[in-house]
Design a protein around this ligand. Sequence first.
Ligand SMILES: NC(=O)c1ccc[n+]([C@@H]2O[C@H](COP(=O)([O-])OP(=O)(O)OC[C@H]3O[C@@H](n4cnc5c(N)ncnc54)[C@H](OP(=O)(O)O)[C@@H]3O)[C@@H](O)[C@H]2O)c1
Length: 151
Amino acid sequence: MTMTPAVEGKKNVVLMGRKTWFSIPASNRPLKNRINIVLSRELKTAPDGAHYLASDFSSALHLLDSPELEKQVDQLWIIGGSALYKEVMESSDPRRLFVTRVLKQYDCDTFIPDINMNKYKLLPEFPGVPTGLQEENGVQYIFEVYESTDH
Ligand SMILES: NC(=O)c1ccc[n+]([C@@H]2O[C@H](COP(=O)([O-])OP(=O)(O)OC[C@H]3O[C@@H](n4cnc5c(N)ncnc54)[C@H](OP(=O)(O)O)[C@@H]3O)[C@@H](O)[C@H]2O)c1
């Protein structure tokens, strides 16, 4: 989903927190065919391999409007972690949530914020997203797509 722009010749942006960037194996960074932007208040330069660094969410959005990026960017995908998801889920821009519900219990230390159903509706289907129960390596999961209703 993040790799495929809707407009030919353009690219999607993946925006992520510093820890998410470093959780991607070095050999897979940057995420290919996408413009990778890392958010950090501490870093002074973009980490090796990342295309851009931004010091907060609104600076990242301004960067997308810059002459350098404006013409080549199609979609903005926010890929975590927790604080960034929370900030964006509470923002007022039109947005969609692409959620995978894994139907198994795991011990976890990082959590997606609750989805506020006053701000989102669950879509019955979405192009390119399989409906119904999925299974991989014996683990079942479902895809859900939510759309914001408050913009
Ligand atoms: N399964 C998934 O889909 C998924 C998705 C994303 C992440 N993850 C996992 O979640 C973990 C990381 O998530 P996390 O929530 O702990 O950390 P994170 O959000 O990836 O990184 C936190 C750091 O990002 C920077 N940051 C975040 N929001 C910012 C903002 N609004 N403005 C400026 N800087 C900002 C800060 O960096 P500085 O400290 O440098 O200022 C902050 O300490 C990893 O284990 C990763 O694998 C999983």
